[in-house]
Design a protein around this ligand. Structure first.
Ligand SMILES: *Cc1c(COP(=O)(O)O)cnc(C)c1O
Length: 373
C-alpha cells in the first residue's frame, strides 16, 4: 500500500488568497515583524509567487528574488528604492526607454542622471560623480542588441563604490548570469521570453538579501506592484519550456539573419552574432541567442518602412517580444531622426521578434514584403 500523502502535484497549486491567518496572535505578530520572509498578505508574499522567486534566484545564482506586477514595476522599485535625493544615476548602452522616462521623472525628487549610449569605459569613468549611486545598463541592448563589456563596467563601478544593475530581459538567466560577473542587481521583464506566451505581464529583481530587503520595505510593499498568484503560476509554466523555445527561436533568427545578410534592401543587421566589437567571451560569457534580430532597411525613410511593415502577413505588428508569435516594429516616425540619433539608433531600423512558426514561412513573408518597398 502506498500512503495517500505520498502523492505530489507536479504543477504547483495556485494559492488564490489575499491573506494568511495564524493560529495565535503571537505567531501573527512574528509574521508581521518578518514580512520579507513570511506570508502575511499577498501584496508582500504568497507561496505561488515564492515558488517562482526561488527558481529565478537559483537560475540567476542570486541569494533572493522578488516578483513584480510588471518589468517596470521591478525596475522602478529598484531605482527609487536605492537612489536618494541629491544622488546621480548613470545609464549606459541603449536602455529600455520607459526606464529613461522614469529617470526624467525623478528630477522632481532631486535625482539626476547621465545617459551614455556608447558603453565606452572611458566615458563611463568620466561621467562618475561623488553623488553617483547606481550604474544601470542593458547588454545586449534594446533594439540593436549591442553588447558591452559587463565585467569592465562592474570593475569601474566597484572601484568607486557604486551599485550596478542590469536589465537582463534579453538574455534570461539561461543565456547570461550577470551576478556571476559581479553585477549587484538583475532585473527582468518576465513578460517576454520567460512568460513566453504573450498572456502575462510580470517582472523580477534578483540580488543579495540586504539589497532586496531594502527594496522590499522602501518601495515594493508600498508601491503595491505585487504579482498575483495566478500570474505567478503562468510564469512558472513558461519557465518549463523556456530552454526549448529559446533554442528554436535562436535557430530561426539566425536563419533569418543569413537571409537578410545578402538582401539588397538591407543595409545592416543588428544581432549579437553580427556585432564586430563584441566584448571578450572569457569575461562576458553568453550561452546563446534568442529570437530577436533587427536590420536597417534600404531606403531608410518612414514611407519605405511603413510599406514594408504593412506588407507583412505572418509577422504581426506590435510592441513587446519573446512570445510564440512573430512580431515586427520600428521606432521610426516621420520627424524623429534627431531623437533616434540621440539614442544611437540608425534610420530605417526594423526589429523582428521571431516566433515559433516554421522559419521558411517567415522568410517567404519577409521576401514578399521587400518587393513592396
Ligand atoms: C518590456 C521590457 C521592460 C518592461 O517590462 P514590462 O513587463 O513591460 O513592464 C523592461 N526592459 C526591457 C528590456 C523590456 O523589453
Amino acid at each position: 500500500m502506498v500512503a495517500h500523502t505520498d502523492s505530489q502535484p507536479v504543477s504547483q497549486p495556485i494559492h488564490q488568497t489575499s491573506l494568511f491567518s495564524y493560529s495565535s496572535f503571537e505567531n501573527l505578530c512574528t509574521a508581521l515583524a518578518n514580512e520579507y520572509s513570511m506570508p502575511v498578505y499577498t501584496r508582500g508574499r504568497n507561496p505561488s509567487v515564492t515558488s517562482v522567486e526561488k527558481k529565478l534566484a537559483a537560475l540567476e545564482r542570486g541569494e533572493a528574488c522578488k516578483l513584480f506586477a510588471s518589468g517596470m514595476g521591478a525596475i522602478s522599485a529598484a531605482i527609487t528604492g536605492l537612489v536618494n535625493q541629491g544622488e546621480h544615476i548613470i545609464f549606459i548602452n541603449q536602455v529600455y526607454s520607459p526606464t529613461i522616462q522614469l529617470a526624467e521623472q525623478l528630477s522632481r525628487f532631486g535625482v539626476t542622471f547621465t545617459y551614455l549610449t556608447s558603453g565606452d569605459p572611458e566615458q563611463l569613468e568620466a561621467a562618475i560623480r561623488p553623488q553617483t549611486r547606481l550604474i544601470w545598463f542593458e547588454s545586449p541592448a534594446t533594439m540593436t542588441f549591442k553588447r558591452i563589456d559587463i565585467s569592465k563596467v562592474v570593475a569601474i563601478a566597484h572601484r568607486h563604490g557604486i551599485l550596478t544593475g542590469i536589465d537582463n530581459t534579453w538574455a534570461t538567466p539561461l543565456l547570461q548570469k550577470p551576478i556571476t560577473l559581479g553585477v549587484d542587481i538583475v532585473a527582468h521583464s518576465l513578460t517576454k521570453y520567460i512568460g513566453g506566451h504573450s498572456d502575462v505581464v510580470a517582472g523580477a529583481l534578483i540580488s543579495r538579501h540586504a539589497v532586496l530587503k531594502q527594496i522590499f520595505y522602501r518601495t515594493f510593499l508600498l508601491n503595491g506592484a505585487a504579482l498575483g498568484p495566478m500570474d505567478a503560476w503562468l510564469i512558472e509554466r513558461g519557465l518549463r519550456t523556456l530552454s526549448v523555445r529559446l533554442q528554436q527561436q535562436e535557430a530561426s533568427a539566425l536563419a533569418i539573419g543569413r537571409f537578410l545578410e545578402g538582401h539588397p534592401k538591407v543595409s545592416r543587421i543588428y544581432h549579437p552574432a553580427w556585432q564586430e566589437d563584441a566584448p571578450p567571451a572569457e569575461t562576458n560569457p553568453l550561452a546563446g541567442y534568442n529570437g530577436l534580430i533587427s536590420f536597417s532597411l534600404k531606403p531608410a525613410d518612414f514611407a519605405s518602412v511603413t510599406r514594408f511593415l504593412n506588407a507583412l502577413k505572418q509577422f504581426r505588428l506590435g510592441v513587446s517580444w519573446g512570445g510564440f508569435e512573430s512580431l515586427a516594429i520600428s521606432l521610426q516616425r516621420p520627424e524623429n531622426a534627431e531623437q533616434l540619433a540621440a539614442m544611437n539608433l540608425p534610420q530605417g531600423l526594423i526589429r523582428l521578434s521571431v516566433g515559433l512558426e516554421a522559419v521558411q514561412t517567415l522568410i517567404n513573408d519577409l521576401e514578399q514584403a521587400f518587393t513592396h518597398v
